[in-house]
Design a binder for this molecule. Structure first.
Ligand code: PLP
Length: 370
C-alpha cells in the first residue's frame, strides 16, 4: 500500500465528508428552484453558509462559495483591484508576495512582486517601502506556503496594511483545517475544500465585510450576484464536514511526526528548506538533498511506495525549478528539494517506514550536505 505524503496537493478524504456528501446526493433539487426539492437544497446550502461563517468568525453574507481555491483567489484579486464595493472603492495596485501560489500570481501578472527573506517569510521592510508611496494597494500574502509550509507574519502584515490604508487578501488554502485562520483586519480569505479533507470542486471566498463584488463568472445571479453558476452542493457540504472534523485533530501529533522526518533527514545530510527558522504548518516539510535531482528522489521513493512531490502539484507533470525556493535564494539547491506533506490520517509506523526509505536513498546517492 502506498504511503501518501502529498496532502498539500490534496488531503485524504475524511469519513465525515464522505458521509455528508452521500447524504447530499439524495437531496435532488437545485438550490435556485422554487419548488419543494429546490427549497430543501437551498436550505442545505444556506446552512452550509452559516456553518462556514461560524467556522471563519464572520456572518453568512460574507461567504461566497466557489469551485475551489484558485477561483476564490482570482475572484478576490479581480474584484479588489478594480475598486469594488468593499472599503475604499478605488482601483488598486496589486502587491504580491514572491512565494505566492500561481492561483494568485497569475491573477495579475503585472503585479509588483514583494521579496521574501531567506527564512521564507515576507520581507516586511520591502512591504513597508512599497506601501509608503501612498498609491492605493491590494496586498496578497498567503497564510502558509504550500511548498515549504512556512507561515507568514500575518499580524504584522495586516498592521502595515492598515497603517497605509491597503487592503489585504490572504490565500488561506493550506491553513484551513490545519491551523487557526487569520482574523482581524483581513479584507478577504481564500479557502479550498480538498486541502482540508473534502473533495475537489468546492472552496470559498470569505469577505471581511459584506459588500458587492463584481463576479468573475457571470450567470444566474447565484451567491448574491457575486458568483454565477449552480453551487456544487455535495462538495460544499463535504467541505464543511471536513473543516469541522479537522477541529478534533491533534495537530501537535502530526507536527511531532513531521519533526521526526526532519531530524532523520538532517542526520543523513539533508537540509530543511528555510532551516526551520520560521514557524511552519504542522504537516509540511521541504527537504533538500544536495546534488540529487528532485525528480530522481521522487521516482526512487515512488518505486518504494511513498508518494511525495517536487513542490507545487497544480499542473500535472510540470517539472520546473520552484519559484518559491528560488525566491528564498536557494539557487541550484532548489532543484534538489522534495516536499513531504503529511495527511491527517498518517501513522507513526508509516513515517518510520518513510524515514527508512529516505535514509537509505540519501546514503546510497552519497549526497553531500548543502
Ligand atoms: N493556493 C494554494 C496555496 C494552494 O496550495 C493551492 C493548490 O495547491 C491553491 C491555492 C489552489 O487551490 P485549488 O486546487 O482548490 O484551486
Amino acid at each position: 500500500m502506498t504511503v501518501y505524503l502529498d496532502a498539500n496537493a490534496t488531503d485524504v478524504l475524511r469519513d465525515e465528508a464522505r458521509l455528508a456528501m452521500l447524504e447530499a446526493l439524495s437531496l435532488g433539487g437545485n438550490p435556485s428552484s422554487v419548488h419543494g426539492p429546490g427549497r430543501v437544497a437551498r436550505r442545505a446550502l444556506e446552512e452550509a453558509r452559516d456553518r462556514m461563517g461560524r467556522y471563519c468568525g464572520v456572518g453568512p453574507e460574507q461567504v461566497v462559495f466557489t469551485s475551489g481555491g484558485t477561483e476564490a483567489n482570482m475572484l478576490a484579486i479581480h474584484a479588489l483591484t478594480q475598486g469594488d464595493g468593499l472599503p475604499g472603492g478605488t482601483t488598486r495596485r496589486p502587491l504580491i508576495g514572491a512565494t505566492e501560489h500561481d492561483a494568485v500570481r497569475m491573477a495579475r501578472p503585472d503585479a509588483v512582486i514583494l521579496p521574501v527573506l531567506a527564512d521564507g517569510t515576507l520581507c516586511l521592510d520591502a512591504l513597508e517601502k512599497a506601501l509608503a508611496d501612498g498609491v492605493p494597494a491590494l496586498v496578497c500574502c498567503m497564510a502558509a506556503n504550500n511548498e515549504t509550509g512556512i507561515i507568514h507574519p500575518m499580524q504584522e502584515i495586516a498592521a502595515l496594511c492598515a497603517r497605509h490604508g491597503a487592503l489585504l487578501h490572504v490565500d488561506a488554502v493550506q491553513v484551513a483545517g490545519r491551523m487557526a485562520l487569520p482574523r482581524g483586519s483581513v479584507t478577504s480569505l481564500a479557502l479550498s475544500g480538498h486541502k482540508a479533507g473534502g473533495i475537489m470542486g468546492a472552496g470559498a471566498l470569505i469577505l471581511g465585510a459584506e459588500g458587492h463584488i463584481t463576479p468573475l463568472i457571470r450567470g444566474g445571479g447565484q451567491e448574491r450576484g457575486r458568483r454565477g453558476g449552480t453551487p456544487p452542493l455535495p462538495a460544499i457540504l463535504g467541505m464543511m464536514a471536513a473543516l469541522e472534523a479537522s477541529r478534533q485533530q491533534d495537530w501537535r501529533e502530526i507536527a511531532r511526526l513531521r519533526d521526526k522526518v526532519d531530524e532523520a533527514a538532517v542526520a543523513c545530510g539533508a537540509r530543511v528548506t528555510g532551516d526551520r527558522k520560521a514557524p511552519r504548518l504542522p504537516n509540511t516539510t521541504s527537504l533538500i538533498l544536495w546534488g540529487v535531482p528532485a525528480q530522481t528522489q521522487l521516482m526512487m521513493l515512488d518505486l518504494q511506495g511513498f508518494a511525495v512531490s517536487t513542490g507545487s502539484a497544480c499542473s500535472s507533470g510540470k517539472v520546473s525549478a520552484s519559484h518559491v525556493l528560488q525566491a528564498m535564494g536557494l539557487g541550484e539547491a532548489a532543484a534538489n528539494a522534495i516536499r513531504v506533506s503529511l495527511p491527517w490520517n498518517i501513522t507513526e509506523e508509516q513515517i518510520d517506514r518513510f524515514i527508512e526509505a529516505y535514509t537509505s536513498m540519501a546514503l546510497r546517492l552519497g549526497a553531500k550536505a548543502a
